[in-house]
Design a binder for this molecule. Structure first.
Ligand code: NAD
Length: 331
């Protein structure tokens, strides 16, 4: 199927191209982000392949439909950035890659947690400057600490298994409890998780209900000095509230792989530019904030799985078969 792939980096091409060759799909790669101003690039392609920070709102979907696009194949799991109502109205099929490697994201979340708690990010720089002093690097054992996991789908469960192995006590919040997690810890209310957790890790999707889940009121209920890790979606956290919680020492540390204003910032080398986002600059100024730029998914296994599933989605779309990973609009 002739497909234009937006927001592609060399690594996307390295995995998608060979998979497309085997599956018999014809891919065109552009590094441009999909948005209203760039949607015209899709003219004449029956399908577009998009990533997490491409814009797929009603305006863009309207344009894509006008240019003859019939399907959107997301090469990511989250679909909070797609206006499904608009896609349904214009008759576009939307498919995603639901679970490429839950381990990739869960392991990164735990990596961020350990780095922050043991101050590995500070130690790395210190040793390179011939400074072997330990003051300021005091951490705490993960063993016996209480970790709150919000969202116990594929990634949350993978994180739970790792943390259980560390000897952590686990609390969970999810409207759909899982038996496996019940054996590893306890499901509690959101407020109880906030009150009891030493560390909280977010693995729920971004929805209208979970938007700014961590706002001023939620931070006020946190156990003082608790750590928060977000590898899910940036807008689960209200950044200004997080900054206030860090300044007020309510939040002991914050590790982010995602940021609510990351579109137009992440996935590019901007080292020769001035950082214009004042809130992000403030976040980076805290020595107990650790940020990676949406790389939790970025493993060999995950990229292989993303390419394979995307090709399967394209084949089913092209043949008019039921698309197993189709996202159906439910009003
Ligand atoms: P999943 O669908 O398997 O699980 C999501 C779970 O969250 C479900 O069990 C659901 O019931 C629960 N949930 C929904 N709303 C909730 C709420 N308000 N509070 C608590 N739980 C809630 O998804 P997954 O594969 O585990 O992925 C989770 C999220 O991780 C994705 O939505 C995506 O945003 C993010 N993600 C990030 C990266 C990255 O590179 N940083 C990569 C992949 C996925």
């Amino acid at each position: 199927m002739r497909t234009i792939c937006f927001s592609t980096q060399p690594h996307d091409r390295a995995y998608l191209e060979p998979a497309a060759k085997v599956a018999g799909h014809e891919l065109t790669f552009v590094s441009t982000r999909l948005e209203a101003a760039t949607a015209k690039l899709a003219e004449g392609f029956p399908c577009v392949c998009a990533f997490v920070n491409d814009v797929l709102d009603a305006e863009v979907i309207d344009c894509l439909s006008e240019f003859g696009v019939k399907a959107i194949a997301l090469r990511c799991a989250g679909y909070n950035h797609v206006d499904l109502e608009a896609a349904d109205r214009f008759g576009l099929v939307v498919a995603r890659v639901p679970q490429y490697s839950p381990f990739a994201v869960a392991e990164h979340a735990v990596g961020l947690m350990l780095s922050l708690i043991r101050k590995i990010h500070k130690a790395y720089n210190r040793v390179r400057e011939n400074n072997y002093a330990l003051d300021g690097l005091l951490g705490f054992d993960m063993h016996s600490r209480t970790v709150g996991i919000i969202g116990t789908g594929a990634i949350g469960q993978a994180a739970a298994r790792i943390l259980y192995g560390f000897g952590c006590r686990l609390l969970f919040v999810d409207p759909t409890p899982q038996d496996e997690c019940r054996n590893l810890g306890a499901y509690v209310s959101f407020d109880e998780l906030l009150k009891r957790s030493d560390i909280i890790t977010l693995h729920c999707p971004l929805t209208p209900k979970s938007y700014h889940l961590f706002d001023q009121a939620a931070f006020a209920k946190l156990r003082p000095g608790a750590y928060l890790v977000n590898t899910s979606r940036g807008a689960l956290i209200d950044t200004s509230a997080a900054i206030q919680a860090l300044k007020g020492r309510r939040l002991g540390g914050l590790a982010l792989d995602v940021y609510e204003e990351e579109e137009g910032l992440f996935f590019q080398d901007r080292s020769s530019q001035i950082l214009e986002d004042d809130q992000f600059a403030r976040l980076l100024s805290f020595n107990n904030v650790l940020v990676t730029a949406h790389q939790a998914f970025f493993t060999h296994e995950a990229l292989e799985a993303i390419a394979a599933t995307t090709m399967r989605n394209l084949t089913q779309i092209e043949r008019g078969e039921p698309v197993a990973n189709r996202i159906v609009y439910r009003p």
